[in-house]
Design a protein around this ligand. Structure first.
Ligand code: GDP
Ligand code: IMO
Ligand code: MG
Length: 429
């Protein structure tokens, strides 16, 4: 297998960082393909924990090339800060490459994100306030500023000036906010560009060269399928495509390049921000899981909403994303629960349905149909083989395979690299 796509199969925070870091040990290249610093990917090994937002999760393997692809929206200030933190931790970042085609997030995108959310009031999306949506808006409107533009003084000046005319009119006339000063922004961001210059290149050339040489390329998605702009719970989604298809446009490779599509998922569900969540647990079990797993947003610190495993959402995610196997995380968290529920179908207006409704009104009327499985008491965190797991845990895992129609390739029993049970080598044919 010379390529693997890692993608979130739920609403994000499924443990993509952990699995990317794990699989990167055998990869030659790791490529982030969408999203921006709305992502928070946690990696734990040798007793240290790192939280990455823009830098790919393969960065801890100094010999591997780590790429920020053209589909990522890059906040230069945030990226430089992240690089600084890594440098302090003695992590070598010299093998990082940034696409010259990646679009920038500038301070006015962040302000616009905040202003738009404020204006939506109760209907807010609950974004991370990192300017993600407005940056992708500008990209689609063909007024975005790319990494290559930032490096050309005249181009950057002209584009920034043009953008500020429009954005400042919005801030002063509609949102009652202060305008941005061109000189200040230009000087600060041109300087950031100069600091990032050594990393900037045509990354699609590098990825395609690696694939042609049959090197192992790991594509790292951010967010999750249920937050996908096209296939998620719109409008409560992010503004990019976390599905495997996003890796094609976001890394600049052809469809034949993608081989194994690994859906990363939790044994329960979580969601940060607003939006429908049919299996949500607003009770003690939800609180118990939140506390045990420390389910608080990596980026914003918000408590994550907790729900049971939702096989309807998973089958939807599988259908639209090309996912062909699962990496299941946080099994250890369920220890101590008497019973565990899996949602196998929804009931809508008295009818059992097996699809994920597009209409939010229909979704609101959906009632989850649950199957209840017996739990276990054993601590799983030191277990390294499937056979060591309690019988009920094994049964639970087999049911997940059955209800999703996807084989499990790994099961994770703790945040650390070593706490990973391998069922199949992801790189093997
Ligand atoms: P990502 O955004 O998909 O990379 O996931 P996050 O890093 O935002 O959230 C996943 C959280 O679960 C992190 O704190 C991980 O350290 C943690 N984690 C991952 N796998 C496991 C596991 O199997 N057990 C436990 N207890 N924690 C895990
Ligand atoms: P990782 O990669 C979980 C959510 C936000 C909000 C919605 C839109 O760590 O899994 P945005 O700032 O993207 O415009 O917010 O998407 N969201 C995430 N939730 N994990 C993430 O990333 C997320 N990135 C965005 O909470 O509901
Ligand atoms: Mg996260």
């Amino acid at each position: 297998m010379s390529s693997i796509v890692i993608m979130g199969s739920q609403w994000g925070d499924e443990g993509k960082g952990k699995m990317t870091d794990y699989l990167a040990q055998d990869a030659d290249m790791v490529v982030r393909f969408q999203g921006g610093n709305n992502a928070g990917h946690t990696i734990t090994f040798n007793g240290n924990t790192y939280k990455l937002q823009l830098v790919p999760s393969g960065i801890f393997e100094p010999s591997k090339v780590n790429i920020i692809g053209n589909g990522v929206v890059v906040n230069p200030q945030a990226l430089l800060k992240e690089l600084q933190i890594l440098k302090k931790a003695h992590v070598d970042t010299s093998n990082l490459k940034i696409s010259s085609r990646a679009h920038l997030i500038l301070p006015y995108h962040i302000q616009l994100d905040i202003s738009q959310e404020k204006q939506r009031g109760k209907g807010k999306v609950g974004t991370t306030h990192n300017g993600i949506g407005p940056a992708y808006m500008d990209k689609a409107a063909r007024i975005g500023i790319r990494m290559c533009d930032l490096l050309e003084k005249d181009t950057f000046a002209a584009k920034l000036k043009e953008n500020l005319v429009q954005k400042n009119a919005l801030f002063t006339k509609i949102y009652d906010e202060k305008p941005f000063d061109f000189d200040e922004l230009f000087a600060q961001y041109y300087e950031y560009g100069q600091q990032l210059k050594p990393y900037v290149t045509d990354t699609s050339v590098l990825v395609n060269q690696a694939l042609e040489k049959h090197q192992k390329v790991l594509f790292e998605g951010a967010q999750g399928v249920m937050l996908d702009l096209d296939h998620g719970t719109y409008p409560y989604v992010t503004s990019s495509n976390p599905i495997a298809g996003g890796a094609l446009t976001g890394a600049g490779v052809g469809p034949q390049s993608l081989q194994r599509m690994v859906g990363i998922c939790k044994v329960y569900s979580t969601r940060v921000g607003e939006g429908p969540f049919p299996t949500e647990l607003k009770d003690e079990t939800g609180d118990y899981i939140r506390q045990t797993a420390h389910e608080y947003g990596t980026v914003t610190g918000r408590p994550r909403r907790i729900g049971w495993f939702d096989a309807v959402a998973m089958r939807h995610a599988k259908r639209v994303s090309g996912m062909n196997c699962l990496s299941l995380n946080l099994l250890d968290i369920l220890t101590g629960l008497k019973t565990i529920k899996i949602c196998t179908a929804y009931e809508l207006d008295g009818q059992k349905i097996d699809y994920y409704p597009a209409s939010l009104k229909e979704l609101e009327r959906c009632r989850p149909v649950y199957e209840e499985l017996p739990g276990w008491e054993e601590n799983l965190t030191q277990m390294t083989k499937f056979e060591q797991l309690p019988e009920n845990a094994q049964h639970f895992l087999k049911r997940i395979e059955e209800v999703t129609g996807l084989p499990l390739i790994t099961v994770s029993v703790g945040p650390s690299r070593e706490q990973t049970i391998i069922l199949q080598d992801a790189w093997e044919e």
